[in-house]
Design a protein around this ligand. Structure first.
Ligand code: PAF
Length: 285
């Protein structure tokens, strides 16, 4: 695996692959890689001839300076994992390369970026959309791979790609979980042992809430009960627990009678660590 840090180096590799008729997949990441990222790499390898993984801790998507400073940076270990996983090129630009002096463009995707994490983290999705657009343009990949855990992010990226006619296929992969159910996240490594135990309440509460709603429980009551359970488990604050339509993220105050698929989405803090998770709610039997 080669490691490159400039667009010119990256494009030279991609150009040669494309001239040889090969399809290119990209897995955008912020590093601190775990099995969830590696499942995206596997999906990319199954669909593309060549795989680029990007590792870039994108400063403009952080609304909180501490979160940016403490975000785990483990490039050497990441590179080893990616090489073992069969990645062709690791693209790891610096912040100065991505955002040189004078950089003045932001992409705003309205609608799907509003509320949920967009409400709790002002500017976050502008930062995500801007960097993902740059990474897609820099790699000129045929397909790009994202995890469903960041469900709102996926909808933002899909909307942007459709609206800007970007010639790339967006592929999503299911959330990877620890054996006890906690969704894999680079932020999990910042949890203390006690917080790690408390964190289990997040998937368990969402599972119970999804079951209750699927069984016909009143949605507002089920969401309020889930919020209270998370607070009782030590999450403070609970940014949101909401039921949304999977396609356009519109809020649902009841289970849709139609074929619309519904998803529970939640974000909550344990100390200084913000965790997010989500689960589909099966349609009523
Ligand atoms: O999901 C992430 O790791 C980041 O938001 C992404 C898509 C790599 C953009 O910085």
């Amino acid at each position: 695996m080669e490691i490159v840090s400039t667009v010119d180096e990256l494009r030279a590799r991609v150009r040669a692959w494309k001239q040889a008729g090969q399809r290119v997949g990209v897995v955008p990441t912020m590093g601190a890689l775990h099995a969830g990222h590696l499942s995206l790499v596997q999906a990319a390898r199954a669909r593309a001839d060549r795989v680029v993984t990007t590792v870039f801790v994108n400063p403009i998507q952080f609304d909180n300076a501490d979160d940016l400073t403490t975000y785990p940076r483990t490039l050497e270990a990441d590179a080893r994992l990616l090489a073992d996983a069969g990645v062709d090129v690791l693209y790891a630009p610096t912040a100065a390369q991505m955002y040189p002096p004078g950089f003045a463009t932001r992409i705003t995707v309205s609608g799907v970026s509003e509320g949920l994490c967009g409400g709790a983290r002002p500017g976050h999705f502008d930062g995500v959309a801007t960097v993902v657009c740059k990474l897609l343009m820099q790699t000129l990949a045929d397909s790009a791979f994202f995890g469903e855990k960041d469900f709102q992010q996926v909808q933002v990226v899909r909307r942007m790609v459709a609206d800007l006619d970007l010639p790339v296929e967006i592929v999503t992969c299911p959330t990877k979980r620890e054996p006890d159910g906690l969704a894999l996240s680079s932020r999990n490594r910042r949890l203390t042992a006690e917080q790690r135990q408390a964190a289990l309440a997040l998937p368990r509460t969402l599972e119970a809430c999804a079951r209750d709603i699927a069984a016909g429980a009143d949605v507002a009551h089920a969401l309020a009960r889930a919020t209270a359970r998370l607070a009782a488990a030590g999450f403070d604050p609970v940014d949101y627990v909401e039921l949304r339509a999977e396609t356009d993220l519109r809020p649902l105050d009841a289970m849709p009678a139609t074929t619309t698929r519904a998803r529970l989405l939640a974000a909550a803090w344990l100390g200084t660590v913000r965790l997010i998770d989500g689960m589909p709610v099966p349609p009523p039997a």
